[in-house]
Write a protein that binds this ligand. Structure first.
Ligand SMILES: [Fe+2]
Ligand SMILES: [Fe+2]
Length: 295
């Protein structure tokens, strides 16, 4: 897939917006059919998404420091600003639903806390490699699962406009995610590893692997517990995550190689893609649906 970085940089620069463009004092509309508890549940999902957007901001910030192309570095700097803005807008939306961060279940707060801790890692190049490989799966989940579920529940004009702007930003983020996956896949296919951190390619010592596991194991455990607990605490939102949305997410993850034809050349990508595919299969199984054939 060819991406014109000059045009992307121009588009992201021109597309910047501000949370101050909105009048946040307007009361929430189109939510009268929801009980106070259901409103709070929708707010909790927004706050959890905001926490994940703040992680995405750090991922893009790190990506800007490791980009080998100046235009890509500038684009990632804008993306980091986009994600901080999304997080702020979602936090303000959540407030209108009557939810605050203190209402988030403890395991969800722990998940966000542990995610924050990984930024203390010293192996910045490997951290960049890992986090930038995984972000596409989060962005697709936001686009296919979370925002559509929230949009469906409430037809509030402020929320609709915030989500419209976030959608536009996210479509640019996804285009760059596919671009990066393709670059990495091509490097593997051509065995051109010059931009890769050596640690990713060389066998690690047992001590290195143990150090990495020190971060990855609690991260995986707290992420599963944090997301699971959120869904337990927000049954109305859990119901909104219908099988067709989960199947759509799974299809989009499965079709990444169509946007990035060399994706599967990267062993790293092949392993990373198993996680969202597995979660989607589990989600469909919980809903009593079988996984559709991947296209
Ligand atoms: Fe975002
Ligand atoms: Fe994004």
């Amino acid at each position: 897939m060819e991406l014109n970085l000059d045009r992307m940089l121009e588009s992201v620069r021109d597309g910047q917006w501000s949370v101050d463009d909105f009048d946040w004092s307007q009361p929430l509309q189109g939510a009268d059919h929801l009980s106070a508890k259901e409103k709070c549940e929708a707010g909790l999902m927004l706050l959890a998404v905001a926490g994940l957007e703040r992680q995405a901001a750090r991922i893009f910030d790190l990506a800007s420091q490791h980009a080998t192309d100046d235009r890509a570095a500038a684009i990632y700097r804008f993306f980091a600003a986009d994600e901080k803005r999304h997080a702020e807008a979602e936090t303000r939306l959540a407030r209108r639903y009557g939810a605050t961060e203190a209402d988030l279940p403890l395991p969800t707060r722990a998940m966000l806390g542990v995610m924050g801790l990984q930024w203390r890692r010293k192996d910045r190049a490997v951290l960049h490699f890992e986090t930038s490989a995984g972000i596409v799966f989060f962005e697709l989940a936001l686009d296919s699962l979370l925002i559509p579920a929230l949009k469906e529940q409430v037809s509030d004009p402020v929320q609709a406009e915030v989500f419209r702007r976030i959608d536009i930003d996210e479509s640019r983020h996804l285009a760059m995610d596919y671009w990066l996956i393709e670059q990495r896949g091509q490097a593997y296919a051509n065995r051109n590893f010059s931009g890769f951190p050596a640690d990713v390619l060389t066998a690690k010592s047992r001590a290195d692997r143990a150090r990495q596991a020190l971060f990855l194991v609690p991260l995986a455990v707290t992420t599963l517990a944090g997301l699971g607990s959120l869904l337990v605490h927000a049954p109305s939102f859990r119901r909104a995550l219908t099988a067709d949305k989960i199947a759509k997410y799974q299809r989009r993850v499965g079709s990444i190689p169509r946007k990035a034809p060399h994706a599967l050349a990267s062993p790293f990508y092949r392993v990373a893609a198993q996680i969202p595919q597995g979660l989607a299969r589990w989600g469909l199984a919980v809903r009593g649906e079988s996984a559709p054939a991947l296209t």
